[in-house]
Design a protein around this ligand. Structure first.
Ligand SMILES: C[S@@+](CC[C@H](N)C(=O)[O-])C[C@H]1O[C@@H](n2cnc3c(N)ncnc32)[C@H](O)[C@@H]1O
Length: 295
């Protein structure tokens, strides 16, 4: 798979490989925004999150790996808890625990919950201001760590400690789902822009050190009136590879670790949003994959 337009990989740039825009409308509509009247958490959700697609993937993986439905999830690094909210909307039996150590972002999500969920749905969401490395909850069917958030753990011992903690946190046939990005472009210092509704999202791969494997990435937002929100979010990550993550997950105790790789649209040669288990990826400039660790 190749793509002349392939560019940087941003959280979550899209459903996958070498596609530089999310599969959402990018037409500028009424209601252009300015920096002054924008809320960075709202812009973040609009730019990089696809809770429906993530919940679809959980359902697909559970059907394929265990032929039963997942009921309970724990969304680690949940931020505004968008995935928790989508999850409890899906089925009356679904429950969700969101974990984040940043109180303001949890407050932001909690404040909007009554506008997004009914009372019954809200009663099935729990938000915890805790560190994902130490949080204690009832065991859940699935733990999720999405938008590469686990990459803040930048040494093997730290990552192993986190993975072992997740292992303890899932039921006997539980699963841990995490996403990972890579490809040659992910090691470049470059910016990628996407025009969305009333604003431009900028993924800035600001710095990468090949010796440490550590990267500094920013998200900026630009607006049609020329105003900007620079460094709305900054991520200091180690860029882990799939084999490293698989080895660590196995070491943490998971008995099977599979990779869901995205299919390719034959016409555009870009990712088609369809995921299947694979042992053979493609060396394209930008890709996203899901790693699924099964207890
Ligand atoms: C990139 S955001 C992810 C938001 C959301 N999960 C998503 O998919 O877009 C990362 C979040 O992780 C949180 N975080 C960072 N370190 C954490 C830790 N050790 N325990 C819990 N939350 C943490 C931050 O506060 C931030 O809200």
């Amino acid at each position: 798979m190749t793509s002349a337009t392939s560019s940087a990989v941003a959280p979550k740039p899209s459903a996958g490989k070498s596609r530089t825009t999310k599969p959402k409308s990018s037409k500028k509509k009424k209601g252009w925004r300015t920096a002054a009247d924008s809320d960075i958490h709202e812009l973040y959700e609009l730019s990089v999150q696809e809770p429906e697609a993530e919940c679809d993937l959980i359902d697909q993986v559970w059907k394929e790996q265990h032929n039963r439905k997942c009921k309970s999830i724990r969304e680690d690094f949940c931020g505004t808890a968008a995935v928790c909210m989508e999850w409890v909307k899906r089925r009356k039996t679904n429950t969700a625990i969101g974990v984040d150590l940043h109180q303001p972002v949890l407050d932001w999500g909690a404040k909007r919950m009554p506008f997004r969920l009914n009372k019954d749905q809200m009663s099935r969401v729990t938000l915890l201001t805790e560190d994902v490395r130490t949080v204690q909850t009832e065991r859940v069917d699935s733990v999720l760590a999405m938008n590469f958030s686990y990459s803040i753990f930048d040494t093997r011992p730290d990552m192993l400690r986190y993975f072992k903690h997740v292992y303890e946190g899932v039921v006997d046939d539980g699963m841990f789902l995490l996403d990972v990005y890579g490809g040659s472009d992910s090691y470049l210092e470059m910016e990628e822009e996407r025009d969305l509704d009333g604003f431009t999202y900028v993924w800035d791969q600001h710095h990468y050190n090949p010796i440490t494997g550590r990267a500094v990435n920013h998200i900026h937002f630009r607006f049609p009136d020329g105003t900007k929100i620079k460094k709305a979010f900054t991520y200091e990550w180690r860029l882990w590879t799939i084999p490293e993550l698989r080895e660590l997950l196995t070491e943490a105790g998971f008995k099977k670790v599979v990779v869901y790789w995205e299919g390719t649209d034959e016409e555009t040669e870009e990712g088609n949003g369809e995921w299947s288990v694979s042992e053979a990826g493609e060396a394209c400039p930008g890709w996203i994959a899901y790693v699924v660790a099964i207890k």
